[in-house]
Design a protein around this ligand. Structure first.
Ligand code: F6P
Length: 342
C-alpha cells in the first residue's frame, strides 16, 4: 500500500507529530510506503511530492510547523481540480490519502471521498472548532501560549494602572479566548458567539479598576459588537475558501474603552505566535495517537473517516461529521467564564 500524506490550512503545532506517528506505524506494522504531498492540496494538484519515510520523520516530534508545507489551495475552486488530483494520485501510485487539516482541508477530503478517493482525515486546528472530536491538536499549545502572554501582560498592566486588551485567534469560535481567559483570570472575555455591548465591557473594566487591579480584556479576533460589526477591522482580502483576513478588534476595543472610561488602554495582538513553535506534551500525545490510528484505519480499509478524541480514546467518525458544522462555545460554557468578569 502506498499512502500520500498532506497538511493543509493554517499550520498548527503537532502536525509533524501526526506525520511521524502515521509513518512509524505504517512502515513498521503495516508495511506501507509513504509519499509526501507538498503545500496542502496544491501538492496533488501540481504533483509536488517529496520522499516520506522513517528517515524524514526522524527527530520531528517536537518541531513546530509542518515538514510538508501547507497552503489554503481549494481544488474545488479550480477548473478540473478534482480530475487533476485523481490523475496525480494515480501517477504517484498512491492507493490512499491521509489529509491532516481543519474545516477546509477536511471539507475537500470529504467531497473527494464521496467521489471515490480513498481518504482518511486527522483533525487539526488551534481554534478547536471541529465537530466530532473533543479536542483538536494545536489548541492546547495555543491556549498555553496565550495564557503565558496574558500572565505577562498582567504584571506590566498592574505597574502602570492600565487596561490591557489581548487579541487571540478564533475566527468563528471563541475557544482559545475562553480557555486562556479562564486560565489567566481575565476580567472580560469577548467571543464571536456572543456579540458584546461596549457599554457593558466599559462597566466591567471600571468595576475591576476600582478594586485596585488592572483590568484585562481577552478578545477573539472574530468578536463583534452587538450593534453589528461596525468595530471589526478587516483587510477585505479573501482566501480560496472565502475567509476574510481578520485583525484589529483589540485596537478598536481599547480605543472605545479609553474614550468611555478615561483609563489608559493598550492592546496586544498575539497573532501567529499562537501557532508557531513546539507543541505542548498534550498536543504531542494527541497528535501522535491520531497518526497511529490513521495508519490503522488505512490498513483496515476504513476510508472516509476522521480520527477523533472521545474522552481518552481515539474513535473514527465519518469525515462529514467533523466538517458539516463548526463546534462553537455554548452559552453554558461562556456563563462559566462570566462568573469571573468585572
Ligand atoms: O484556522 C486557524 C487560524 O489560525 C485562525 O485562528 C485564524 O483566523 C487563521 O488561521 C489565520 O490564518 P492565516 O495565517 O492564513 O492568516
Amino acid at each position: 500500500m502506498r499512502v500520500g500524506v498532506l497538511t493543509g490550512g493554517g499550520d498548527c503545532p503537532g502536525l509533524n507529530a501526526v506525520i511521524r506517528g502515521a509513518v512509524r506505524k505504517g512502515v513498521d506494522t503495516h508495511g506501507f510506503e509513504f509519499v509526501g504531498f507538498r503545500d496542502g492540496w496544491k501538492g496533488p494538484l501540481e504533483n509536488l511530492t517529496m520522499p516520506l519515510g522513517l528517515e524524514q520523520v526522524d527527530d520531528i516530534l517536537a518541531r513546530g510547523g509542518t515538514i510538508l508545507g501547507s497552503s489554503r489551495t481549494n481544488p474545488f475552486k479550480l477548473d478540473g481540480g478534482v480530475e487533476r488530483i485523481k490523475d496525480s494520485l494515480a501517477a504517484s501510485g498512491v492507493d490512499a490519502l491521509l489529509a491532516i487539516g481543519g474545516e477546509d482541508t477536511l471539507g475537500v477530503a470529504t467531497k473527494l471521498a464521496e467521489l471515490g478517493v480513498k481518504a482518511v482525515g486527522v483533525p487539526k486546528t488551534i481554534d478547536n472548532d471541529l465537530s466530532g472530536t473533543d479536542f483538536t491538536f494545536g489548541f492546547d499549545t495555543a491556549v498555553s501560549i496565550a495564557t503565558e502572554a496574558i500572565d505577562r501582560v498582567r504584571t506590566t498592566a498592574e505597574s502602570h494602572h492600565r487596561v490591557l486588551v489581548i487579541e487571540v485567534m478564533g475566527r468563528h469560535a471563541g475557544w482559545i479566548a475562553l480557555h486562556s481567559g479562564m486560565a489567566s483570570g481575565a476580567n472580560v472575555v469577548l467571543i464571536p458567539e456572543v456579540p458584546f455591548d461596549i457599554e457593558d465591557v466599559a462597566g466591567l473594566v471600571e468595576s475591576r479598576f476600582a478594586t485596585g487591579h488592572a483590568p484585562l480584556v481577552v478578545v477573539s479576533e472574530g468578536a463583534v459588537p452587538r450593534e453589528g460589526g461596525a468595530m471589526t477591522l478587516q483587510s477585505g482580502e479573501v482566501d480560496a475558501f472565502g475567509h476574510v483576513r481578520l485583525g484589529g478588534i483589540a485596537d478598536r476595543v481599547a480605543e472605545e474603552l479609553e474614550a468611555r472610561t478615561g483609563l489608559e488602554s493598550r492592546s496586544v495582538v498575539l497573532g501567529h505566535l499562537q501557532r508557531g513553535g513546539t507543541p505542548t506534551a498534550f498536543d504531542r500525545w494527541l497528535a501522535t495517537r491520531f497518526g497511529l490510528h490513521a495508519s490503522d484505519a488505512i490498513a483496515e480499509g476504513d476510508f472516509g473517516k476522521m480520527m477523533a478524541l472521545r474522552g481518552t480514546d481515539i474513535a473514527r467518525v465519518p469525515l462529514a461529521e467533523g466538517t458539516s458544522e463548526l463546534k462553537l462555545v455554548t452559552p453554558e460554557k461562556y456563563a462559566e467564564a462570566a462568573v469571573f468578569f468585572g
